[in-house]
Design a protein around this ligand. Structure first.
Ligand code: HEM
Length: 517
């Protein structure tokens, strides 16, 4: 959000505003600024009647009861001056700024709280990344979420150039030698930088675009990096994807089976010379599948399940699926019809694909949690602002104990999930990849399942607080409505709430001693 245009420098007395109270010259005051609405009467989405009713008056209270602050930025050209001797009061943030609304930021970003987890490197990185998101991603996300088209190639290349694409895979050698946002070295990047990345990228407040922004790559190239044996092929594919030239996604789920990987029907049959796999079958709900050049694909092989990197060719067909969020996510139904793939495209061992998939899941699930926690914070911020500006029964909503009780529940959920996520992130920083698989798949399963349940409650409370605006796509409740209609994606993608809760307990039972009451 930028500053409101310069005509505001003109000083106008309240008496002068009061004289402009007819359709021929209609002025009003909002937050100490004067707006000439004469030529806007017919164009005003709320109609001309309401504007005539406030002609020549201070309409601040009426305005904030019905509009978001950004409306004033969009229509800055209507501003003709500032009231003599007065100064605008409503806070507007410059791109990259930290919100001072309580609980709208993780505690480490506030003045008053300390955190043992974040260093100056994290803080520098966060500042630079937020600025990038506010300046570049937010405007594009707003357009794409609406028109349902995919992220632009120029944006992908911009993210490739400043290392953001590579960061999406998490810490590792692929970042070494790179300079990342805030000037930090790729070698410094740890799971707290990664946590910041997931949260900041979710701040576009456009859930379809959020996934359309290379979510597929972030959960599939990781598997290629860890499991593809052919080094030359692995490096080539990695380079193609991290430069933004090619796109990749994870293709496991089918119409036939979701969480039940054993029920998948896509087959990979070896040719008699043993040099190729022939892939046949379908995949459904593949995020970024529409624009992918490669799919990390789960297939049935001789004695089990295998994971194979399948490149796009004429025998692959992708069809768009319209889900509850924007088609900007590029969600696809895919048909593989006798697709011939060289055997060096196998990840891990044949028939042992389960290991490949399971080891990949931890980072994916944790990243979804990080984004979900950020969404809850955003919704807390939206709801706190709304409760302060919306008048009902003659006073702001926040004056009602029932409203404060709901806000308390929302804040508790955002804070609790943040604290647990940071605890898990700290463990990820101190464990090897192998240790993480042994000790963290259960806790991450429990964390994701709990976080999405909290998100469900937060969405529910927020919509009740916003009333009609919570169920309307544009206007004051647009972000709450976005969360309400899309929060379930996180409860289903990457393993459902039920499956993950169960996984958490089953993993814990592996370490259960022979303890008795
Ligand atoms: C600078 C002055 C104003 C501008 C630029 C403006 C602009 C807009 C815009 C863009 C909308 C569409 C909804 C949205 O995006 O939030 C809208 C809706 C509306 N406006 Fe205004 N408006 C102004 C002042 C006012 C005032 C002073 C009133 C009332 C006294 C008013 C009453 C309404 C109403 C009733 C709606 C429909 C709200 C809804 O559907 O929820 N507007 N206005």
């Amino acid at each position: 959000m930028g500053a409101i245009a310069s005509p505001e420098a003109r000083r106008i007395t309240r008496a002068e505003v009061a004289k402009n109270n007819t359709e021929d010259s209609l002025w009003c005051i909002v937050d100490h600024r004067v707006y000439d609405l004469t030529d806007f009467l017919d164009a005003h989405p709320g109609g001309s009647v309401v504007l005539r009713q406030v002609a020549g008056q201070d309409a601040t209270t009426a305005f904030y009861n019905l509009h978001r602050q950004e409306v004033l930025h969009k229509y800055a050209s209507l501003c003709i001056g500032t009231v003599e001797g007065e100064t605008p009061e409503v806070v507007t943030l410059r791109p990259g700024a930290i919100s001072t609304v309580p609980y709208s930021e993780p505690a480490y970003l506030t003045q008053q709280f300390k955190s043992p987890y974040y260093t100056e490197s994290h803080r520098k990185f966060q500042r630079a990344l937020r600025e990038f998101v506010d300046q570049h991603l937010v405007p594009e996300a707003a357009v794409k979420e609406q028109d349902g088209t995919y992220i632009s190639q120029s944006m992908i290349e911009r993210m490739a150039t400043n290392g953001i694409l590579a960061m999406r895979l998490g810490p590792g050698k692929h970042l070494h030698g790179l300079k990342l946002p805030g000037g930090i070295k790729g070698e410094e990047f740890d799971y707290f930088h990664d946590l910041i990345t997931c949260g900041e990228l979710a701040r576009v407040n456009a859930r379809g675009f959020q996934d359309g922004n290379m979510a597929g790559l972030s959960i599939s190239l990781t598997a290629v990096q860890s499991w593809m044996k052919d080094k030359t092929l692995r490096e080539r594919v990695t380079q193609e994807c991290l430069s933004g030239k090619k796109k990749m996604s994870l293709a496991i789920t089918e119409a036939f089976a979701g969480s039940d990987v054993g029920g998948l029907r896509t087959t990979a049959t070896k040719t008699t010379d043993g040099k190729y796999y022939i892939i046949n079958g379908t995949k459904k709900w593949i995020t970024n599948g529409m624009f992918s050049d490669y799919w990390v694909t789960g297939c049935k092989t001789g004695k089990g399940f295998s994971v194979i990197l399948v490149p796009r060719d004429d025998n692959v067909e992708t069809k768009q699926i319209k889900t509850a969020y924007s088609t900007a996510a590029a969600t696809a139904f895919i048909e593989f019809n006798n697709v011939k793939v060289p055997v060096n495209h196998l990840l891990g061992e044949e028939d042992e694909g389960f290991k490949v998939i399971m080891s990949n899941f931890n980072h994916e699930r944790w990243a979804m949690v990080a984004a979900n926690v950020q969404w809850m914070r955003t919704v807390v911020e939206e709801t706190l602002k709304w409760s302060h500006q919306r008048l009902a029964f003659g006073q702001p909503l926040i004056q009602q104990p029932v409203i404060r009780a709901k806000l308390a529940r929302m804040i508790q959920r955002a804070e609790a999930t943040q604290a647990w996520t940071e605890h898990i992130t700290y463990q990820m920083n101190t464990m090897s990849y192998k240790e993480q698989n042994i000790h963290l798949s259960g806790p991450i399963g429990l964390l994701k399942s709990y976080t999405t349940r909290c998100a469900h409650e937060v969405a529910d409370d927020a919509v009740n607080l916003f009333g009609g605006r919570g169920i309307t796509q544009g206007g004051m409740g647009k972000i709450v409505n976005q969360f309400f209609t899309t929060h379930k994606f996180d409860a289903i993608l990457g393993g459902t709430e039920e499956i993950l809760a169960d996984l958490g307990v089953r993993q814990a039972m592996k370490f259960m001693p022979k303890a008795r009451l």
